[in-house]
Design a protein. Structure first.
Length: 103
């Protein structure tokens, strides 16, 4: 993931949460333009800043950097529920997912 990908990922996850860049900036204790500056490529967050961003978005750093997952929070909730299923139920879910992917 490069700086541009980071900015795009941040914007998408922020928008999915339904919050403005300004409100997010203020919520994590930064100046009003902090998130906007990161998303526009004018600045880069520190490592500590990345952790604050992830915490605010409700994702782990690993989930944040996983560009293939468009909604990591929902995926985590689904995985947590699936851990409670037995083998037969998991086989049913696996077949359903494969069928959905083919469509």
């Amino acid at each position: 993931m490069d700086e541009k990908d980071f900015a795009i990922r941040l914007a998408r996850l922020r928008e999915k949460k339904g919050v403005s860049a300004r409100d997010m900036s203020l919520s994590i204790g930064q100046n009003p333009g902090y998130i906007n500056n990161i998303e526009s490529g004018k600045s880069k967050p520190s490592l500590e800043g990345i952790f604050y961003i992830c915490e605010y978005l409700g994702v782990t750093p690993s989930e944040f950097f996983d560009m293939e997952s468009s909604n990591p929070s929902k995926l985590d909730a689904i995985i947590a529920d699936m851990k409670k299923l037995n083998d037969k139920q998991l086989d049913t879910i696996a077949a359903l997912v494969k069928d959905l992917i083919r469509r």
